[in-house]
Design a protein around this ligand. Structure first.
Ligand SMILES: [Zn+2]
Length: 454
């Protein structure tokens, strides 16, 4: 089947690819075997029937690198910062995943909603429950989404219902990894998931790092999200130089490591992350929701850190990566505005030498960086996310040879007059800032349609 539609992708941070009248061919293995201007693609395959999807546009499927599926029922519980929010709203919701039927119903709803909003790759935390984690994998397997999933590991500083015995945690995680890592030609993968340093013993982190290494699996955890959390980590690990150094000491850092948030990171921590090739996950809506801070995204990227994006549901209030892209642009603009105001204040301050002003400006990150634009956010939510998963040459773009993970989007729904504009930057901007929950018409993973709006 040859598909005809407008094609939009962002294969690089500042590169938007647009084909107003495009053609796309998917082969039997679920990859794009031909793509380009419709006339040219059609001329190469005159025997094929054409599915004309105009005026819809085709975009690469979106990659959500960080979300907590079991927190869906507690989504958007406002008013607290990270640690009290976990105690009050999140741990009770996660404890309910001891009930397998509840876990299955939540997983089904979550995965369908994610696909309907354009997420074709989801990196997910389960809870500490092995059975519930297995159920989430089963549901991901049957609905067709691409997913990296891990059983959350916590063997201290957790409520009794969510606190595990260290050995049991490691054994169950290993069993799940053996059962699911690489399933269905690599569509499903396993991530060892020590929740965050405060809820993990040294032995647990060390064991998780070793297992991930043995199986070539992912590692996902949280880093540098909240100031109280940072203080707690300092108390719990006096031997470490920094929060990042805690993870480094226990062998959790490498190119298959996903570190959510990374807002508050000292220069030495950024050096470790860059040198070990780890990936940060930017979660702007969650960072605002829990009052955690604004990640200096552009600065981190200019320093050469690998960054993707995640919704961080339930602290992120929506499963929509379109919305998350808009939030990323907004956060980046606010960051720049604050930098401009504060650096102006610093300039007129008396009593400091020029040299001191320069040092303060550097230390407090007051030198305005350019704000993230729509193309950049789109890149982070597609190819950038794929790169963080080591799949940059296979996923997140619409080129020949890429996996056929794509969306059919009715762009008219984000236009105030219901028009289909042909200006790609304008359309993209509206998809991010005015996303409509009904605009994704279909979502495909490896050429298989996993969602279709009736
Ligand atoms: Zn999280």
């Amino acid at each position: 089947m040859l598909i005809r539609a407008s094609l939009l992708s962002a294969p690089a941070l500042q590169e938007l690819h647009f084909e107003a009248d495009g053609g796309l061919l998917v082969d039997g293995q679920g990859a794009f075997s031909d793509t380009g201007r419709f006339e040219e693609v059609a001329a190469r395959h005159p025997e094929l029937p054409v599915e004309d999807l105009r005026p819809c546009w085709i975009l690469p499927g979106l990659v959500d690198l960080h979300a907590h599926l079991p927190q869906y029922e507690a989504v958007a519980a406002d008013g607290l910062e990270l640690l009290p929010w976990l105690e009050r709203h999140i741990f009770p919701a996660e404890a309910r995943f001891a009930d397998e039927a509840h876990a299955r119903a939540t997983a089904r709803r979550y995965l369908q909603d994610a696909l309907s909003l354009g997420t074709t790759t989801a990196v997910l935390y389960a809870t500490i429950h092995a059975e519930a984690t297995d159920v989430i994998f089963q549901e991901a397997e049957s609905c067709g989404i691409r997913a990296v999933i891990g059983k959350t590991m916590m063997d201290r500083h957790a409520p009794a219902a969510l606190c595990e015995d260290t050995r049991t945690s490691l054994r169950q995680s290993e069993e799940l990894c053996r059962a699911w890592h690489g399933r269905d030609g690599g569509r499903l993968q396993y991530a060892f998931t020590p929740r965050f340093a405060p809820s993990c013993s040294r032995e647990l982190m060390l064991g998780a790092g070793r297992l991930a290494q043995n199986y070539g699996a992912f590692i996902q955890t949280h880093l540098g999200e909240n100031l109280q959390e940072l203080e707690w980590v300092r108390e719990l690990f006096p031997e470490a130089d920094s929060y990042t150094d805690v993870y480094r000491r226990f062998g959790l850092l490498g190119p298959r490591t996903l570190l959510a948030h990374g807002i508050h990171l000292a220069p030495s921590e950024r050096n470790i992350i860059r040198e070990l090739g780890c990936n940060l996950v930017h979660c702007p809506s969650s960072n605002a929701f829990l009052q955690s801070g604004i990640m200096p995204l552009r600065r981190w990227m200019e320093e050469g850190l690998s960054v993707g994006m995640g919704t961080d549901v339930g602290a992120g209030p929506s499963l929509s990566m379109f919305r998350e892209m808009g939030e990323a642009c907004t956060a980046s603009k606010l960051k720049r505005a604050v930098q401009q105001v504060q650096s102006t204040h610093l300039k007129v301050m008396t009593g400091l030498s020029e040299d001191q002003k320069f040092q303060v400006s550097e230390a407090l990150d007051l030198n305005p960086a350019p704000a993230l634009d729509g193309t950049g956010a789109f890149y982070l939510a597609t190819r950038g996310g794929a790169m963080a998963l080591g799949l940059g040459d296979q996923l997140g773009a619409l080129g020949k040879g890429f996996q056929a993970d794509f969306l059919v989007v009715d762009v008219r729904l984000s236009d105030p007059f219901g028009q289909a504009s042909t200006d790609p930057a304008q359309v993209l901007s509206r998809l991010l800032y005015r996303s409509d929950p009904r605009m994704v018409q279909s979502a495909y993973v490896r050429g298989r349609r996993c969602f279709h709006r009736a």
